[in-house]
Design a protein around this ligand. Structure first.
Ligand code: ATP
Ligand code: MG
Length: 345
């Protein structure tokens, strides 16, 4: 617990701290993700699942790794993704969006004969979500280490791993290769263990998480994922155990309650959420993580990176569609300033 008592600051009241992050600086090369590109189609009414006909809206570009990489690029970082889409409108829609936002799409395969992946989502009254996924047997399930993917990874400075990507059969080998390649050239790794209940596979999940934790420099859990990842009962014990494993930074996402950073170097840094009206929470965690990581790779200290991340998460939830609320750094600066929270540089 020593690290947590060390010092405690709030975002916006940054001390003159020099950056000695474990995270590779942006000039080492792009941030690369590996995983699913999907369209999302959502119910327009609140209720349980899809057991009756109902109005839907979409398709929206989606897939946690795709949202993440889009937010990295929009924030101003170099970004690329290893993924696969079908030869159909859903694939075209996704690739066009990523390309327009500045993502390197050279390692996105177009798979003939399989449809682009999809996710149908409906919100329950308590805010929980039910999903119907088409990932494993879609083009998204064909994401592999192709020659184009190897070329992208060979110049990458950082790999971001999304737990959701483990739904793709055989993806673990691609992720391990990407992590090993990037680490060998002095790069770093972040991990968001967002394994949905619909995607968790009994038994295998724990081993995958442990293998990932062993190579993670920045861990981005939300809510109880912190306790599950550490296999501990309290937040303090979980943080201690994970920092003890050699994880440089943990950033805990707390939804509308904001977020906290924990590290040996900076101690604990808390950042309250911005007050916004939540329209659609999907994508908040992905945009949050991307803004945080990209700000840190750009050399900003944790408190500043957290402020950007909270702003990115907050802006995302005000828009319907997981990738519709992705923000540029300039938009985040304006949002932070409008909220009266110290922003920018
Ligand atoms: P996802 O649904 O993408 O998996 P997550 O569970 O990983 O999300 P959350 O904690 O829900 O992550 O959201 C990430 C961050 O976005 C929060 O820490 C907070 O800064 C911001 N955020 C999320 N929801 C809200 C909200 N209702 N109001 C303000 N900010 C929010
Ligand atoms: Mg999450």
């Amino acid at each position: 617990m020593g690290v947590i008592r060390q010092r405690r600051v709030r975002c916006g009241e940054e001390a003159a701290l020099t950056r000695t992050s474990e995270l590779a600086p942006e000039n080492l090369g792009p941030t690369v993700t590996v995983g699913e590109i999907l369209v999302e189609i959502m119910a327009t009414s609140v209720g349980a699942g899809f057991l009756a006909p109902q109005p839907l809206v979409g398709p929206f570009p989606s897939g946690a790794p795709a949202i993440f990489t889009d937010q990295v690029a929009r924030f101003g970082g170099a970004a690329g993704i290893v993924a696969a889409v079908g030869e159909d409108d859903f694939g075209v829609l996704n690739v066009a969006r990523l390309r327009a936002d500045g993502v390197d799409v050279s390692a996105i395969s177009i798979v003939p004969g399989k449809p682009t992946g999809s996710a149908f989502v409906r919100y329950r009254p308590d805010g929980a979500r039910d999903f119907v996924f088409n990932i494993t047997h879609s083009a998204a399930g064909e994401a592999r280490m192709t020659a184009a993917a190897r070329a992208l990874v060979a110049k990458a400075g950082h790999v971001h791993v999304m737990g959701s990507a483990f739904a793709i059969p055989g993806i673990a080998a691609a992720l391990i290769e990407a992590v090993a390649t990037v680490k060998a050239r002095g790069g770093s790794v972040s991990f968001d263990p967002n394994i949905r209940k619909e995607l968790a596979r009994a038994g295998e999940g724990r081993k995958l998480v442990d293998n990932m934790l062993a190579v993670t420099d920045l861990l981005l859990p939300s809510g109880d994922e912190l306790l599950v990842a550490a296999d501990e009962a309290t937040e303090g014990a979980a943080v201690e155990r994970l920092l003890g494993l050699g994880i440089g930074e943990i950033v805990l996402k707390r939804g509308s309650a904001g977020s906290s950073h924990f590290s040996r170097q900076f101690g604990r840094v808390d950042c309250p959420a911005f007050a916004v009206e939540e329209i659609d929470p999907t994508g908040a965690g992905d945009c949050f993580g991307a803004a945080y990581l990209t700000a840190r790779r750009a050399g900003l200290p944790p408190a500043r990176a957290l402020l950007y991340a909270n702003a990115a998460g907050a802006r995302t939830v005000t828009r319907q569609g997981p990738m519709e609320g992705v923000s540029s750094r300039r938009e985040l600066d304006a949002f932070i300033a409008a909220a009266g929270r110290e922003g920018g540089e």
